[in-house]
Design a protein around this ligand. Structure first.
Ligand SMILES: *[C@@H]1O[C@H](CO)[C@@H](O)[C@H](O)[C@H]1NC(C)=O
Ligand SMILES: *[C@@H]1O[C@H](CO)[C@@H](O)[C@H](O)[C@H]1NC(C)=O
Ligand SMILES: *[C@@H]1O[C@H](CO)[C@@H](O)[C@H](O)[C@H]1NC(C)=O
Length: 370
């Protein structure tokens, strides 16, 4: 019955259409009201960065954020020696939370490729790690290519052969996977220098598109000049985009590990990753510690800014789960299914096994328990 149906469908040329979701716009983070859709995080950095995350009003007054009709700017203080609490910067969290969707970010410029920096564009569920973390753009110091990582609770590993152009560095998304350094997560690293930092900026940036369904989480990158017209037209068709940069699929129930996620941009300094690998990176010649450098060299951080041309979230017309846009304060989490899996969390810090320029050494940006 099933195979008959399938061959009939393929004879009719319908299978491709059936598997290709049609996406329509769910939320447009337009430049005119971009910051109204985010909350400024002003607590201490959960990743122990040398950073002072400021409020929206301080960010405006100090010129750390601005916008015009074509783009939004989010930078850091690059004129003052920093106080002991850290260099001023911003970390913003979307007021909306999502389950499934297609997240399309058109970026003209990003922080990164600068000693001491650790920028990220990512998605975070509540009650980390039970509702997941998806790091879409991330790196530290002089890194030249983008690292993408998922962090989850137990029983989520990804396959090396699901089709992606990046390099698989670790395949277990579980933050306490026995054979990985603590909180390494499952990592796929881009290999092309137009994906991150200096190379990305020199090229006028590009588009990162993240498709999250029950089947897979895929991250696509299109350099400026190679952006598909269906994206610029506002009718994105991921099925036509070819092989993604990263695809997370394997022995992992995506819906069990990822839900109700909010969008975050941040730029932190030093801390658990950029700081931890400072002494083994070429940045070490600039100052004996990462915080020394970040505190005393404001002009080094002039280029540590995001320019967002657009950020749009689309939902699949055929995905029943993809209606989960909810205010962050009224999010309904299915918490009961995960409480029984709780393990005792020790501090997720690993120093012994980090690699040079250590993308294995990180802990989640996640709030709370780290
Ligand atoms: C405003 O628009 C110009 C282009 O006219 C652009 O270069 C610039 O980065 C934008 N400024 C901000 C603050 O977004
Ligand atoms: C989930 O349940 C735990 C108690 O087991 C509680 O501490 C936590 O705040 C809950 N998380 C959410 C998102 O409701
Ligand atoms: C993970 O999988 C193992 C083996 O199937 C199982 O025993 C364990 O209960 C699972 N853990 C969670 C948290 O679901």
């Amino acid at each position: 019955m099933r195979s008959t149906t399938l061959s009939l469908l393929s004879a009719l040329g319908l299978t491709a259409q059936l598997s290709a979701a049609t996406y329509s716009l769910e939320e447009d983070y337009a430049t005119s009201n971009f910051f109204e859709k985010f909350t400024f995080y002003t607590e201490a950095d959960p990743t122990a960065g040398f950073v002072d995350y400021v409020s929206e009003s301080t960010a405006k007054t100090d010129g750390l954020i601005s916008e015009n009709s074509s783009s939004v700017y989010m930078g850091v203080d690059y004129t003052n020696v920093a106080s002991s609490s850290g260099r001023k910067s911003v970390r913003i969290t979307s007021n909306s939370a999502y389950t499934h969707g297609l997240f399309i970010l058109d970026l003209e410029h990003m922080p990164g490729g600068i000693c001491g920096t650790w920028p990220a564009f990512w998605l975070l569920g509540s009650d980390w790690p039970y509702n997941g973390e998806i790091d879409i753009i991330e790196g530290v110091n002089l890194q030249t290519t983008n690292d993408m990582t998922l962090h989850t609770s137990e029983n989520c590993t990804i396959s090396a052969d699901s089709g992606f152009t990046g390099t698989l560095s670790t395949d277990n998304c579980y933050i306490y996977a026995a054979d990985q350094s603590s909180n390494a997560g499952c990592g796929i690293d881009a290999t092309n220098t137009d994906t991150y930092g200096t190379g990305f900026n020199a090229n006028g940036g590009g588009v990162y598109a993240t498709e999250w369904t029950s089947e897979a989480i895929s991250i696509y990158f299109f350099a400026r000049g190679s952006i598909p017209s269906d994206i610029t037209d506002g009718s994105p068709k991921p099925a036509s985009w070819g092989t993604p940069l990263a695809k997370y699929k394997g022995s992992c129930d995506i819906d069990e590990h990822f839900s109700g996620m909010q969008i975050i941009f941040d730029t932190t300094f030093c801390g658990d990753w950029a700081g931890a690998v400072w002494s083994t990176s070429t940045c070490a010649s600039k100052a004996s510690t990462c915080t020394d450098y970040v505190q005393n060299n404001p002009s080094a951080f002039k280029e540590a800014y995001w320019t967002v041309n657009s950020l749009k979230v689309y939902k699949s017309d055929t995905d029943a789960t993809s209606d989960a846009k909810a205010s962050a304060t009224t999010k309904k989490e299915t918490n009961t299914t995960v409480t029984s899996t709780k393990v005792v969390h020790s501090t997720a810090t690993a120093t012994a096994t980090e690699k040079v320029q250590g993308h294995q050494h990180r802990r989640a940006h996640g709030h709370g328990r780290e």
